[in-house]
Design a protein around this ligand. Structure first.
Ligand code: ZN
Length: 656
């Protein structure tokens, strides 16, 4: 953890024009500097640096932030990495704070696991040079068309055909068996009925990857955290691929194969190709398409989508044309759409996968093909299903609902309406009909709680109508929005609308500091946060508020608590309303122009979400067997919640 004082020194020393100037040719324009944006391709400069404000902003691609954001984005590093970069540039010494023993131990453990993985990777790579390795491993890799440079770049290797080879080499070199097991390189097998020894013993331990070609899996910064091993045996009983199990270093759903080598190209190309297997990634890279990663067998997860989105909002999936494959990836694609990404699809000829296709064609041909054949995912889906349902009105109606359900997940209204128009054209259905379906579908997504007061025990069947989507029970989005407003505008004063008193024609207006307004409101209703980080940031805001410190975005971006600073950075960078509006410049005022409303909306949205969830809980409880008194209390409680909900709804209606 970098101490606060050092962070302050770094911020006070680093000059944005100097830091950016290392990479961008900046020309002075009045008080600012102007240059060509390093994050997107442009011919006329729209990248502005303001030394006075300490920020940069590109009016082409919308990227912007402070000096640390710039280093993070440009060097593709995290917050701490950016701090270290700046410290080095300005010769500032970072003395890391002392940490709790368990923190150190945890870090040491992770570090030990990384060191063991690093040793294993070297061991596997070296084994490509042995006689057995050359005959089996290397010849396989060469057969696949991987060049020596590629083999080196991806650190491919071979695990010898012996179940103790890696373990013995590692133990001999002084590594602990415990870490080999924890890193998933070695596993201990205990016979059925026998008790496992307290400490791991070599006699019962075996290499996981023996006799396999090895594909190391790296984290974003390029350190080995896991392995995939492919067997070369024809035996049907041997699994073709064996992967590392989940370890403290490796969580399959968070990792994209090849991201360490792809991230710069992804930013530069502003697109990410997504393929399925290790070999696909490697062949694409070898053909010059370095912006390629794989989700390694899992369907795309939300963590993986967010990882890609750090570098680009555009993802193109290469897929080999079979319907089952598409069906399987649909869930992941819907997640990507939900996260506001643009999803395209390229269908390869049925006899090919990305690996074989890349090998058959020159890099130029490959690039041309991908460019010419990338189709928007929703358009593609609409077309296929339109064909499938030709002449079958029932199926057609079903298909329309399917497509609309996918579109309903897209966060941006403008994008949704573009798709509705496109689908109307492709399906020959009137737009209003589709809009109507979309409204229903979105209502289901945000599932309104049943509004009738339950006065008697309802029939059992109502239980089946409960929403299955567990997301519907979360108030995280509302919490994050509120924290964003609090952190970003806490110190600013805004105009709020007061309660309408009897006899008054219009509600009174009053001015108040935003932090004051939010904290008062949450305290009054004892609101706590579900998301622990939101809670911590909120607590910190309360503390700052009480001690008269200024709550500013900067104070959190610079916060010594890395989690908090990273989180507030993500809030600041997310495509929230303001950036969307200014990007489109369609004449809508920015949120700064009506801060009061923005704040009220955030407060009421969270409160009403809370009430909604409580209402649902209580409706659930009312259905359980209760005695009359309990039931009476419950119903009374529910009635109070209902009126609170109505009140909040009215307020929200006023501010939206
Ligand atoms: Zn730009």
């Amino acid at each position: 953890m970098i101490p606060r004082e050092t962070i302050d020194t770094i911020f006070n020393t680093a000059r944005i024009d100097e830091v950016v100037g290392d990479f961008v040719n900046l020309k002075r324009r009045g008080v600012n500097f102007l240059g060509l944006c390093p994050f997107h391709n442009e011919k006329t400069p729209s990248f502005t640096v303001s030394p006075a404000k300490g920020i940069y902003k590109c009016f082409g691609c919308g990227r912007g932030g402070n000096v640390v954001n710039f280093v993070m984005e440009h060097e593709q590093t995290d917050y701490v990495g950016a701090m270290k970069y700046l410290a080095k540039k300005y010769n500032i010494e970072i003395v890391e704070k002392e940490r709790a023993p368990e923190e150190i131990e945890q870090d040491n453990e992770r570090e030990s696991l990384m060191i063991v993985c690093n040793f294993a990777q070297k061991f596997f790579s070296d084994n490509l040079e042995t006689e057995q390795g050359k005959a089996i491993g290397l010849s396989y890799l060469e057969e696949r068309g991987f060049s020596p440079e590629t083999i080196q770049k991806f650190q491919l290797g071979y695990a010898p055909e012996s179940y103790k080879a890696l373990m013995n080499a590692a133990l001999h070199a002084g590594y602990k068996l415990k870490y080999l097991i924890q890193a998933g390189l070695v596993s201990m097998r205990v016979k059925e009925g026998e008790e496992a020894p307290k400490e791991p013993v070599p006699e019962l331990s075996y290499d996981r990857f023996a006799g396999r070609v090895i594909f190391p899996i790296h984290n974003v910064s390029g350190r080995v955290i896991a392995f995939g091993g492919r067997t070369l045996k024809k035996d049907k009983n041997v699994a073709k691929y064996v992967n590392s199990p989940e370890t403290p270093l490796y969580h399959k759903s968070n990792v994209l194969y090849g991201i360490n080598l792809a991230r710069r190209a992804i930013t530069a190309e502003d697109n990410c190709f997504l393929v399925e297997g290790y070999a696909d990634v490697i062949s694409m890279h070898q053909s010059g398409l370095e912006n390629t990663v794989a989700s390694s067998g899992t369907s795309l997860t939300i963590e993986q989508v967010r990882l890609i989105r750090r570098y680009t909002p555009n993802v193109t999936i290469l897929y080999d044309g079979d319907e089952a494959g598409l069906k399987a990836s649909e869930r992941g694609l819907t997640i990507a759409l939900k996260e506001g990404m643009n999803v395209k699809l390229v269908t390869l000829p049925p006899e090919d996968d990305p690996d074989t296709f890349a090998r058959k064609h020159s890099p130029e041909e490959l690039k041309r093909y991908l460019k010419a054949n990338a189709v928007d995912f929703i358009v593609f889906r609409t077309r296929t299903l339109a064909k499938l349902s030709e002449g079958d009105p029932v199926k057609r109606a079903e298909l329309i609902r399917d497509i609309i359900n996918v579109i309903a997940h897209i966060p941006e209204m403008i994008t949704r309406s573009l798709y509705i128009r496109e689908c109307s054209r492709l399906l020959h259905v009137e737009e209003p009909v589709l809009w109507n379906e979309l409204r229903k579908s979105r209502r289901k997504l945000f599932d309104e709680a049943p509004s009738t007061v339950v006065t008697q025990r309802p029939a059992q069947s109502i239980q089946q109508n409960l929403p299955e989507n567990s997301d519907a029970f979360s108030c995280e989005p509302q919490e994050k929005e509120l924290i964003r407003v609090l952190v970003k505008y806490g110190e600013e004063e805004a105009t709020f609308i007061g309660e309408l008193e009897p006899g008054q024609e219009e509600p009174p207006l009053f001015k108040m500091k935003i932090a004051d307004y939010i904290i008062q409101h949450l305290k009054a209703d004892n609101v706590n946060f579900e998301n622990m980080l939101c809670q911590r940031i909120y607590n910190e805001c309360c503390r700052m508020f009480e001690q008269g410190e200024k709550i500013t975005e900067d104070s959190f971006l610079r916060h010594g608590d890395e989690d908090m600073s990273t989180f507030s950075m993500s809030l600041a960078n997310d495509n929230y309303v303001e950036s969307d509006w200014s990007k489109r410049s369609i004449g809508i005022k920015t949120e700064r122009d009506h801060l009061g409303l923005t704040t009220e909306k955030a407060v009421y949205a969270l409160k009403s979400r809370r009430v909604e969830i409580m209402t649902r809980d209580i409706s659930e409880q009312i259905r359980q067997p209760l005695n009359d008194e309990e039931l009476g209390n419950m119903i009374e409680h529910k009635r109070r919640l209902d009126s609170a909900r109505l009140m909040l709804k009215k307020k929200l209606g006023r501010v939206i």
